[in-house]
Design a protein around this ligand. Structure first.
Ligand code: ADP
Length: 226
C-alpha cells in the first residue's frame, strides 16, 4: 500500500514539482498515471522509490515510512518494488536468462533456486523459449517482456512502470498491458505512467491525472458486470 499525505517536493532550484499530494493506492490495485510532460509524474515515482527525497508531508510505501527512512533501509524498500522503463534497460551482453537471473543474484538468492525462478518469470511473460537469445535478437515488445520478467522475479509487492509502451506499436502495447494484467491478477500492485490513449479509454483502470504538481482528477472505473 502507498499513502501520500500532503506530500510536497520542491527541487533545489525552487521548482515545486509536487504540491500537497494526498493519494492512497491499495495493495492489488492497477493504476494509470497520466499528465503532460513536466506535470510531476516522474517525481511521484521517484519519491516512492526514494530516488528523490520529499520536502514536506508524509509518505508510507509497503509499510515503510519513506519520509523518515534511514539510508540502510532503502535497499529493503527498493526490493519491494519492481521497475520497468520505456527503454527496457536490458544488459546487451547478457542473454535473456542472464538478464533475469542477474536480479536474483544481486539479492543473494541461492544458485540452485535461481533457475526455477527465472523460468517461472519467463513463462509468466511467455518467453521461456527465448531464454538463450540476446536482447538485440528480440523484437521491442519481447524485450519489454524480458524487462517485466526481471521486474517480477524477486516477487515485489508492486511494479512501477514508467511509460512502458512508449516505444511500442498499438498491438504490442496491448500485449504488454495483458502481461501486466496477469501479474496484477496474482496480487501485485501495478502503477503505470502512460500517454497511451487506448489504455486510458478502454482498459477500465483507475486513472490519476496530474497537472502542474497537483492531482487534477482521480477516476475509479467500475468494471461492467452485466
Ligand atoms: P513528468 O514526469 O510529468 O514529465 P517531472 O516529475 O519530471 O514531470 O517534472 C516535474 C517538474 O519538476 C518539472 O517542472 C521539471 O522541470 C522539474 N524537475 C524534475 N526533475 C528535476 C530536478 N532533478 N531538478 C530540478 N527540477 C526538476
Amino acid at each position: 500500500m502507498i499513502q501520500f499525505q500532503e506530500v510536497t517536493k520542491v527541487y533545489p532550484n525552487g521548482v515545486h514539482a509536487l504540491k500537497k499530494i494526498n493519494l492512497q493506492i491499495s495493495t492489488g490495485e492497477f493504476i494509470l498515471i497520466i499528465g503532460e510532460s513536466g506535470a510531476g509524474k516522474s517525481t511521484l515515482n521517484k519519491l516512492i522509490t526514494r530516488e528523490e527525497k520529499l520536502t514536506g508531508g508524509e509518505l508510507v510505501v509497503n509499510g515503510i515510512n519513506v519520509s523518515t527512512i534511514k539510508d540502510k533501509k532503502i535497499p529493503q524498500l527498493r526490493r519491494s518494488i519492481g521497475m520497468v522503463f520505456q527503454d527496457f534497460r536490458l544488459l546487451s551482453k547478457m542473454t535473456v536468462y542472464e538478464n533475469v537471473a542477474f536480479a536474483q543474484e544481486t539479492i543473494g538468492v541461492p544458485i540452485n533456486l535461481i533457475r526455477d525462478n527465472v523460468y517461472h518469470s519467463l513463462k509468466m511473460v511467455g518467453l521461456e523459449s527465448k531464454a538463450n537469445d540476446f536482447p538485440k535478437e528480440l523484437a521491442g515488445g519481447e524485450q519489454q517482456r524480458v524487462a517485466i520478467a526481471r521486474a517480477i522475479v524477486n516477487h515485489p509487492k508492486m511494479i512501477i512502470a514508467d511509460e512502458p509502451t512508449g516505444n511500442l506499436d498499438s498491438k504490442n502495447a496491448w500485449e504488454i498491458m495483458k502481461v501486466f494484467e496477469s501479474i496484477n491478477k496474482l496480487g501485485t500492485t501495478v502503477i503505470m505512467t502512460t500517454h497511451n490513449k487506448e489504455f486510458i479509454e478502454h482498459s477500465n483502470k483507475r486513472v490519476i491525472l496530474i497537472g502542474n504538481g497537483s492531482i487534477l482528477h482521480d477516476h475509479q472505473r467500475k468494471v461492467r458486470t452485466s
